[in-house]
Design a protein around this ligand. Sequence first.
Ligand SMILES: C[S@@+](CC[C@H](N)C(=O)[O-])C[C@H]1O[C@@H](n2cnc3c(N)ncnc32)[C@H](O)[C@@H]1O
Length: 230
Amino acid sequence: MATSCARDDDRDFDSSELGTKEYWDSAYEKECENFEDVGDVGEIWFGEETMVKVANWIEDCDDIKLDDDIIDLGSGNGMMCIELRKRGYNKLTGVDYSDLAVTLSKSVAKSEGYEDIQFETGDLITNVQPNPCSCLNKQYKLVLDKGTYDAISLMPDDSISPRKQYLQTVKDVMTEGSLYSITSCNWTKDQLIDFFKEDFVLHSQIPFRTFQFGGQTGSTVTSLLFKLKS
Ligand SMILES: C[S@@+](CC[C@H](N)C(=O)[O-])C[C@H]1O[C@@H](n2cnc3c(N)ncnc32)[C@H](O)[C@@H]1O
């Protein structure tokens, strides 16, 4: 159960322990044990349906080819990379700041026969230039984030500085023509566009089931594709 801390900056939600590395290290410690004991891969954030929708969208996108370099930021148990590997994408990298997430993702990928997916430990939030993680010193055609910007947004105290550092990291791994996909449940479409607007233009939106409440139409998950401004 997440404990809430004081609200700050432009967030209209409270910070929580999901914004701390201690939380993720302890979560992946349990998930590693579960995977070893019963083969449970652990949590796929926002559910398998969302992961499949994002993968379907990538498959349908003419701009992304099977041998394009793709990175998943905050790759957790690695299931997004594994889903794309199953569909034939063959230059896949996952990066996560929790060593145990990387251990889990390597084990899951190995069990599926996909040892060629690169998983590395790396922190997206750093002032050190260049980033000490080698996979964050390369450029990719497609940069994926499902739930990681959300986690960073939940950091206690100030989340603006880490989010700005995150934005810099995203830009550093992109080049002309690269695409960036962000899937979030904390931020609305308008809030995401507002945060990324200086550097990115909206390319498309992955459609999710919407609900209607009090005359408003909403969606619990927002998934946007951005293109780096030239
Ligand atoms: C909500 S989970 C999403 C995991 C995975 N992307 C998914 O969709 O199932 C957020 C992930 O981001 C990772 N993470 C959070 N902050 C990070 C940071 N500063 N650098 C790298 N990874 C980070 C966490 O360890 C966790 O695996």
